[in-house]
Design a protein. Sequence first.
Length: 415
Amino acid sequence: MAAVNFLFRSTKEKAFLNIRLLFRFNDKDYVIGAKTKYEVSKHYWSKQHIQKRPKDIEIINKQAKVNKELNKIENHILNAFNIVNPDAINKTWLQNQIDWYYNPPQEAKLLPNELIKYLEIYIERRKNEITGRTIKNYNVIKQLLIRYQATNNKILLIKDVNENFKDNFENYCLVNNYAPNTTTRALRSIKTICKDAMYRGIEVSIQLENIKPKYKKVKNIYLSFDELEKIENKKDFPEYLENAKDWLIISCYTGQRVSDFMRFTDEMIRIENSKKLLEFTQKKTGKLMTVPLHKKVLEILDKRSGMFPRAISDQRYNDYIKEVCELAKINNKIKGSKSTETEPDSKEYRKKEGTFKKWELVTSHIGRRSFATNFYGKIPTTYLIYITGHSTEVMFLNYIGKSNKDLAMEIANYF
């Protein structure tokens, strides 16, 4: 969270206001200053600007004029702050933002102001910085925007992304059976694109910051230790399902994404103080990980002569672990949502909410969530967060579906 304030720091009767950016990062407070190009008098700033309910109409008008301009500068700085890593923020960065506010980069004249065209340029520019999955997600959003735009029969401009757009877009997605959280993710990505455009000098709506779609709380679906034991004890799987079963067990005891655990090899294992550790770099975050191997994982490696199971595609893995859980009779009925084809042979899928047998809702992500949920309270949360890679404890607790009431009841056990 960041804040901006303005100060008159000159001995002259008239001077440009100074701007001060305040923010907290990594438990440390930062205060960075720069100079604006907005000039006021010392008398106005010290005597008139601070008046709460002035009666003089000239002072009222002057305050309105000054506040309007300062609000525009503040919004420009905060919007720029929100799309950059705080590590990169310093006095030079802040002064550059002020300079760009008054003289937007010339590249803005060469960039399109149409949202879809700008999205294409954004993907191309960042293709070496973001993962293939993120690129895929942006392209899905692009196709969604193309359909939305066709329905409205109007070219969507970046400056059109306002509160009215948010409402219309949400209604469009609702009518077309998109899951609420799919819509929320799309809107958040669209907002990110617009902020990037603003940073490069393209006009955006003054309502952009007010677009704050919220995620809907979803059912925390995971495999309990008892269910994992049922899966482990189920024998006579065909080879391809035995392979998928072993990957499922591995995922539930390492807590990693499918993009990471499906790349595990015996070469990533090292031994230190008689403990077997797995070292790898997370694909999504680029973070170097060292994870101790649980005895359940070691049992699978022993069964396979020290080797991990054969790697398969994400899609086949998703299909196969459903079969594994069905054969293991993970049949209890639970509420959830699953991808369902909108019409036969349409190849268009939407999330459908309802009550299903649990095996129907199993996906590649269930291993990571099972690890986090099963070991919560058994392993210190700090260690769990290290393995799952969540940024904060709040994010981790939200991920495993812990409410304030749940936490209060757990704390009560210590009283």
